[in-house]
Design a binder for this molecule. Sequence first.
Ligand SMILES: Nc1ncnc2c1ncn2[C@@H]1O[C@H](COP(=O)(O)OP(=O)(O)O)[C@@H](O)[C@H]1O
Ligand SMILES: [Mg+2]
Length: 274
Amino acid sequence: MNLAATGQQVSARPEDSSERVFVCRSVSVALPHQLGDRKVLEDISLEVWRGEFFTIVGPSGTGKTTLLRVLAGLTQSTSGSVQIQGREINGPPEDVVMIFQDYSHALLQWRTVARNVGFGIEGRVDASELKQRVSDALALVGLEKNADDYPWQLSGGMQQRVQIARALALRPAVLLMDEPFAALDAMTKATLQDELHRVREQTGSSFVFVTHDIEEAVYLGDRIAVITGSPGRLGQTFDIDLPKPRDQIITRQLPEFLQFRYAVHQAIRQGGHA
Ligand SMILES: Nc1ncnc2c1ncn2[C@@H]1O[C@H](COP(=O)(O)OP(=O)(O)O)[C@@H](O)[C@H]1O
Ligand SMILES: [Mg+2]
């Protein structure tokens, strides 16, 4: 466990710059507001490395969604630099996809599961590749048997899997996830957390996963960045060197897991939030 090194990056920081998926340097964001621009993020510097599971945890209103939108090229930073694979972000990058908490609005209710999953690649790949990619993506999230169902016939957890499968069909290098499991019950959430780790193993994609759930951030993360305050600022970064594969029962009762949970909690509290 690397608690002693909190605040520093103790994982092997990649020497090769091509191993850095995102590099943010002193990023600030102000958004228009009735009473003038409102500063939402202040001086954010971070790196996300290839293939890692990077979690960002912080209370509501600290700019987590805004930060993901900046990485997705949907919101422009006011100052500072944001690069993806060495290029300055200027609009949504090709190989990055964002997944939202609200699956019911994200899915097209009049299309079958398979046609939802294929939605982003229709017309971009030929029919046989489309079919292959849809069936691979459905298999990754365990929905092979539901290809012909409609979203409204599925549980919340299954609908969120469809949204994830649709993202995977794009074969993205990076998945940005904005509190994707917040609306799900505890058991479904646990199952989807483990599925996500499996997907990461099988695809090698990088994940940036935002949550306000400290335990979820520790359970899933290779590294955690804490964001607090308004405007949001980055606090400590933790290397979560818990053994892999993680296990819902074994991992969560390790003393190190509890220590990380405590340390992240403290970091949020020191940042001004209980
Ligand atoms: N489009 C917008 N225009 C103006 N202010 C916004 C906009 N989106 C979010 N904000 C404000 O930015 C702050 C951070 O929002 P957000 O990024 O959604 O935080 P979080 O995801 O951590 O809850 C909040 O004060 C919110 O009201
Ligand atoms: Mg949010």
